[in-house]
Design a binder for this molecule. Structure first.
Ligand SMILES: NC(=O)C1=CN([C@@H]2O[C@H](COP(=O)(O)OP(=O)(O)OC[C@H]3O[C@@H](n4cnc5c(N)ncnc54)[C@H](OP(=O)(O)O)[C@@H]3O)[C@@H](O)[C@H]2O)C=CC1
Ligand SMILES: CC(=O)N[C@@H](CCC(=O)OP(=O)(O)O)C(=O)O
Length: 350
C-alpha cells in the first residue's frame, strides 16, 4: 500500500475525455496533474480554450515529448483518438511512465481484429500482451502494480457490467444475447462532424455502425473469456440528442427458473463491496440522469416468464465510468489505493 503523491500528465487534454480527467483529478487526494499535453496547441494556456478552468489551471499546454513528460509526471493518461496510443506507448513506457490508455488501442488482444474493426495500424503484439484490460469490477484484481492499463470502452463498460454476473453464473444462454445501446453525443468526442452538429442531432434519433461498431470485438472478447467458449453477439448503437449518458439494454434467454429477485440477489453478491455498481430493486430501472457526472453504473432487471428472456438495463455516464472515472479507478487499483479515491461524486440531478 502506497500513499505517496503521484504526478500525472494527460495527452489529449483538450478533448472531452482529457478535460473530464482534469475535472475529476482536481479532487483526487493523491494525484496532481502536472502536465496537460496537446499536439496542436503547445505553449498556449489551457484555460484559453476552456474558460471553465480559469484560475483552476493557469498552466500552458505542453508538447508531446515522452522525456519532457517524464520530467514532470509519474503516470500518463492517453485520451487520444484511435491509432495514437499505439504509437506513443512504447516511448512513454521506455521513459519510465505508467500508462493508462483510454482509447481502444490496447483493448483487443488480437492485432488482426484491431486492424479489421478500427482500420488502423495495431499496437505491437508485445504491448497488447502486456496491457491489462481494466474493467474494474471484473478484472480489477489484475491491475495492481501494472504499468500499462487499457481502459474499457464506454459501451463495453455499461454492457459488460450488465451481462457478466449472469453469464458467469450460467444463468443466460450466451448464444442468445442481443445488445441495444444508446449514447449521448459527447461519446463522439469534441471534434465537429456532420452527424453530430445541432440540426442533424436535435429532434432526431438514429442507429449507427450497425454490425460494424468497433466495440463488438471488445464485448465479444470478454463474453468469450467469461463463458469459456466463443461468443458472438448482435450489438446496435444509437445516438440520442443529449450530452452525456449511455443506456445499454440487453436481452438473453434465461437458463433455469429465475425470477427478477434472483437476478437482483446474484448481481448484489457479485458486486458486493464495489461501490460503483448499484443494483436496483425489482421493478426499478435506472435512467441516465441518475448517474450523470458520477462513476456509478446502475443496473435493473426484468425476467419475462412468457418468453423465457431477461431484459437487463445498465446506465453510465460515458465520460466518467465510461472513460475518465474508470481510468482513475484503475489508477487507484493499480496503486493499491481505495478504488473510490477522487471519485466520490453524487450524480448531478436534475
Ligand atoms: N468521449 C467518450 O465518451 C469516450 C471516449 N473514449 C476514447 O477516448 C479517446 C479520447 O476521446 P475524446 O476525448 O472523446 O476525443 P476528443 O476528440 O474530444 O479528443 C481527443 C484529443 O486528442 C488530441 N490528439 C489528436 N491527435 C493527437 C496526436 N496525434 N497526438 C496527441 N494528441 C492528439 C486532440 O487534442 P490536441 O489537438 O490538443 O492534441 C484532441 O483534443 C478516444 O480514443 C475515444 O474513442 C473512450 C470512452 C468514452
Ligand atoms: C456517440 C459515439 O459516437 N460514440 C462513439 C464511442 C467511441 C469510443 O468510445 O471510442 P473507443 O472506445 O473505440 O475508443 C462510437 O460509437 O464510436
Amino acid at each position: 500500500m502506497s500513499n505517496h503523491t503521484l504526478n500525472a500528465a494527460i495527452i489529449g487534454s483538450t478533448g472531452y475525455g482529457g478535460v473530464e480527467l482534469i475535472r475529476l483529478l482536481a479532487s483526487h487526494p493523491y494525484v496532481n496533474v502536472t502536465s496537460v499535453v496537446s499536439s496542436s496547441s503547445e505553449g498556449t494556456p489551457i484555460a484559453d480554450g476552456f474558460p471553465h478552468l480559469v484560475e483552476i489551471r493557469t498552466d500552458l499546454l505542453d508538447g508531446v515529448d515522452a522525456k519532457a513528460i517524464r520530467a514532470k509526471a509519474d503516470v500518463v493518461f492517453l485520451a487520444t483518438p484511435a491509432g495514437i496510443a499505439a504509437k506513443l506507448t512504447p516511448e512513454l513506457l521506455e521513459a519510465g511512465l505508467k500508462v493508462i490508455d483510454i482509447s481502444g488501442d490496447h483493448r483487443l488482444k488480437s492485432p488482426a481484429l484491431y486492424e479489421q474493426w478500427y482500420k488502423k495500424t495495431p499496437a505491437d503484439e508485445a504491448y497488447l500482451a502486456q496491457a491489462v484490460y481494466g474493467l474494474a469490477e471484473v478484472y480489477g484484481d489484475r491491475v495492481q502494480g501494472v504499468d500499462l492499463i487499457s481502459n474499457p470502452g464506454c459501451f463495453p463498460t455499461a454492457t459488460l457490467l450488465g451481462l457478466v454476473p449472469a453469464l458467469a453464473a450460467g444463468w443466460i444462454d450466451p448464444a442468445t444475447i442481443i445488445i441495444d445501446a444508446k449514447s449521448g453525443v459527447s461519446g463522439a468526442g469534441r471534434g465537429a462532424s456532420l452527424g453530430t452538429h445541432y440540426s442533424e442531432l436535435n429532434e432526431n434519433f438514429s442507429a449507427y455502425k450497425i454490425n460494424k461498431h468497433q466495440h463488438i470485438p471488445e464485448i465479444e472478447q470478454v463474453l468469450t473469456d467469461i463463458a469459456g467458449k466463443p461468443v458472438t453477439t448482435t450489438f446496435t448503437t444509437h445516438l440520442v440528442p443529449m450530452t452525456r449518458g449511455i443506456m445499454s439494454t440487453m436481452y438473453a434467454s434465461v437458463i433455469g427458473d429465475r425470477k427478477d429477485e434472483d437476478f437482483v440477489q446474484l448481481y448484489r453478491e457479485y458486486y458486493e463491496g464495489r461501490k460503483f455498481v448499484r443494483v436496483r430493486d425489482t421493478g426499478k430501472w435506472p435512467k441516465t440522469k441518475e448517474v450523470w457526472g458520477s462513476n456509478y453504473c446502475d443496473i435493473g432487471f426484468s425476467v419475462d416468464p412468457r418468453t423465457g428472456r431477461v431484459t437487463i438495463v445498465s446506465v453510465i455516464d460515458n465520460l466518467v465510468k465510461g472513460a475518465a472515472g474508470q481510468a482513475i479507478q484503475n489508477l487507484n487499483l493499480s496503486m493499491g489505493w481505495d478504488e473510490t479515491l477522487g471519485l466520490n461524486f453524487v450524480p448531478v440531478y436534475p
